[in-house]
Write a protein that binds this ligand. Structure first.
Ligand code: NAD
Length: 435
């Protein structure tokens, strides 16, 4: 099939490349010319394990091309996936749909034959109805079908998630496009992926409800971790004991920093805003948002306590700044709250992340990127483990720490308190009692 992915970000690029690997002809389009030029030269603009090889393979097989000519790419394709961003509206909590409607307007004047228009972007319920209205201004309804096919891939595991998804959700109000999409996904269905066909509005809501539920799970265990700290219980035991219940499941049940990234923060806000619009109150999700906003403040308070409120001139080594491991995505990472706060209070911060320097901290005083883990850990007062990169999971702290007073604050509970105590390391973690 001939596919066009509009928006070549984390979702559009990964799914476009994977669709081409399944034998389809795919054009990935982006309005960002620099990004397209990089991709045409086989340089991958994002960090995603395994993507590099797949891009090269499918460019070679002539199934994958990159372009910034939107109109022409639409004309050449049968199926159009909209994969542009849907960030939070400035100063509000609803989703900013300007990129989506911008694309819909472009599509409106480019429908030279029947096309299926699919929103892969996460869009609020009724967005598909609005796209349909825009397209109907210039086109007969026989010329297009608007479908919702939300994407569930996780950054860092994106290729695996695309190839072996738990489920494929397709929301279409007509049989023809459902048949075509089932056929497009047939190689994945043959490997065991569940195919869920539903109404367009239901598919749109399934995505938001899923993300809000996962965000709730993280926030729930973070609050239970707060309780554990007060009563000297190990949160890891609680996570194991709860997670073994198949109705609960162990994933997303590990205490740590606030949830971040490009999806959960904006999607939890957007779903509550949708509910407000339809005059119903999603009070559980609203309190999840509040609790998560408070999480970074709470962990910072722990840092102040650990340092006896003497932050000025303290040397802090910050390990990992992305919102999770195996991605370079900094959007809404809790490090964006913590590092500027500690810098304002006079700390001297060196950070290390396997995905390199981050422009986000350029303006913060006394914050510098360390080119290696060893450099980052040199002569330090406090080591904060913020992101659960494999690189940080089995560090020989004895080798790095020269000053016995150096403290380790492991916000991901990567190490055992008992083992660290035996090694006589000054170690703190989350949800395991104050020491
Ligand atoms: P992104 O910001 O990485 O990429 C979006 C791309 O769209 C950008 O490169 C931008 O230049 C391009 N774009 C915007 N307007 C355009 C236009 N008119 N024509 C061509 N290109 C245009 O975003 P993302 O992280 O890939 O997310 C895209 C959507 O998928 C969002 O709705 C997001 O919520 C959803 N989603 C993201 C993830 C994830 O892990 N990142 C997972 C599932 C769903």
């Amino acid at each position: 099939m001939k596919l066009c992915m509009i928006g070549t970000g984390y979702v559009g690029l990964v799914s476009g490349v994977c669709f081409s690997d399944l034998g389809n002809e795919v054009i990935c389009v982006d309005k960002n010319l620099a990004k397209i030029k990089k991709l045409q030269s086989q340089i991958i603009p994002i960090y995603e394990p395994g993507l590099d090889e797949l891009v090269k393979k499918n460019i070679k097989n002539k199934r994958l091309t990159f372009s910034n000519d939107l109109k022409n790419s639409i004309r050449k394709s049968d199926i159009i996936f909209i994969c542009v961003g849907t960030p939070t509206k400035k100063g509000g909590s609803s989703a900013d749909l300007s990129q989506i409607y911008g694309v819909a307007k472009e599509l409106c004047s480019s429908l030279n034959k029947f096309k299926i228009i699919i929103t892969k972007s996460t869009v609020p319920v009724t967005t598909g109805d609005e796209i349909e209205k825009i397209l109907s201004r210039k086109n007969s309804k026989k010329k297009f079908s608007v479908v919702s096919n939300p994407e569930f891939l996780r950054e860092g595991e994106a290729i695996r998630d695309f190839v072996y998804p738990d489920r494929i959700v397709v929301g279409s109000n007509d049989k023809r496009s459902n048949r075509i999409l089932r056929n497009l996904y047939s190689p994945l269905i043959a490997k065991g992926a569940k195919y869920v066909h539903t109404s367009r509005r239901a598919a749109e809501l399934i995505k938001y409800a899923s993300n809000a539920f996962l965000a709730t799970k993280i926030t729930f265990i973070n609050e239970i971790a707060n309780l554990c700290e007060k009563i000297n219980i190990n949160i890891d035991d609680i996570s194991i004991g709860m997670g073994l219940d198949q109705r609960i499941g162990s994933r997303f049940l590990r205490a740590g920093p606030a949830y971040g990234g490009s999806c959960f923060p904006k999607d939890t806000k957007a779903i509550t805003s949708t509910a407000d619009k339809f005059k119903t109150n999603l009070s559980v999700i609203k309190s999840v948002i509040k609790s998560n906003d408070n999480r970074s403040k709470l962990l910072l308070k722990r840092v102040y306590e650990i340092l006896n409120n003497k932050i000025k001139n303290k040397k802090i080594s910050f390990l990992g700044v992305t919102f999770k491991a195996n991605t370079d995505d900094m959007r809404d990472s809790s490090s964006l709250k913590m590092i500027p706060d500690l810098s304002k209070k006079g700390a001297i911060i060196r950070y290390y992340d396997p995905t390199g320097y981050k422009v986000e901290f350029k303006k913060n005083k006394n914050v510098e990127f360390a080119k290696s883990l060893t450099k980052c850990l040199e002569k330090t007062d406090l080591i904060i483990i913020h992101t659960e990169w494999n690189d940080f999971k089995s560090l020989d702290f004895k080798k790095f720490i020269k000053n016995k007073k150096t403290i380790i604050f492991d916000m991901r509970n990567l190490y055992s308190s008992q083992v660290m105590a035996k090694k006589k390391l000054n170690y703190f973690s989350v949800g395991r009692g104050l020491k």
